[in-house]
Design a protein around this ligand. Structure first.
Ligand code: ADP
Ligand code: AMP
Length: 220
């Protein structure tokens, strides 16, 4: 049986941090649309060149481009038993597309885990975020510092601060979230898929809260 979960929340809510932990608990891949875009930008692929400007302006990459990218990723063999989606879907059009994609794969979205965080927390989290170049592992200089400053604990790669974590871009991304993505909270609530956890707690406490709301029989 497959298990497809989606993490929903504002930029800085802790989706990437928790997705890595859920992925280990559930043995399914973590699919971060943001990480896929960043890898493509690094390699300067056609997709990367197309996405670059939207991302550095704090805007969403157009739906058709994003949906095509996610279809390609979800069709890969390692997603046959499920995935933890982080950052996709971000618009109602993407949410509808996801239903079709998963149905074509013989699965369905099992739960939407909404990490709710106060708006003032988001800016503090994003301004102190450090990300690893190799695999997108996430740290924070105050809340989750790496053992050695500037070095990823997991793979030893260099840590960097994202260009779109600059204060001006963060403000734009938060606005974009409230306008374009937050409507998905009700969309999924009405479908009975939404479970909400308080993201204004320690990383450990959020993981514990998520583990208790996972659909029955999911965690291994
Ligand atoms: P998102 O993927 O939702 O944008 P991240 O997982 O990248 O968010 O987290 C944003 C920043 O906040 C990172 O620097 C991360 O280390 C930190 N962080 C994540 N969850 C928590 C938490 N519960 N408490 C404090 N800091 C957190
Ligand atoms: P993230 O790493 O999730 O914070 O995403 C970084 C940036 O990538 C976002 O601010 C968007 O510009 C772009 N992006 C990521 N996921 C999507 C998506 N599902 N739809 C559109 N743009 C996205």
């Amino acid at each position: 049986m497959s298990i497809y979960l989606m993490l929903l929340g504002a930029p800085g809510a802790g989706k990437g941090t928790q997705a890595k932990r859920l992925m280990e608990a559930l043995s399914v891949p973590h699919i971060s649309s943001g990480n896929i875009f960043r890898e493509n930008i690094k390699k300067q692929t056609e997709l990367g060149k197309l996405a670059q400007e939207f991302i550095s302006d704090g805007q969403l990459v157009p739906d058709d481009v994003t949906i095509a990218m996610i279809v390609t990723r979800l069709e890969q063999d390692d997603c046959a038993d499920g995935a933890v989606l982080d950052g996709f879907p971000r618009t109602p059009t993407q949410a509808e597309a996801l239903d079709t994609i998963l149905a074509d794969l013989g699965g369905k979205l099992d739960a939407v885990l909404y990490i709710k965080v106060a708006q003032e927390t988001l800016v503090r989290r994003l301004s102190g975020r450090w990300m690893c170049r190799a695999a997108g592992h996430v740290f924070h200089d105050e809340f989750n510092p790496p053992l050695v400053p500037g070095v990823c604990d997991y793979d030893g790669s260099e840590l960097y601060q994202r260009d779109d974590d600059r204060v001006e871009t963060v403000a734009e991304r938060i606005q974009v979230y409230f306008k374009q993505t937050a409507p998905l909270i009700n969309y999924y609530r009405q479908r009975g898929l939404l479970v909400e956890v308080d993201g204004d707690q320690s990383i450990e406490a959020v993981t514990d809260a998520l583990m208790t709301v996972l659909p029955e029989g999911t965690a291994q």
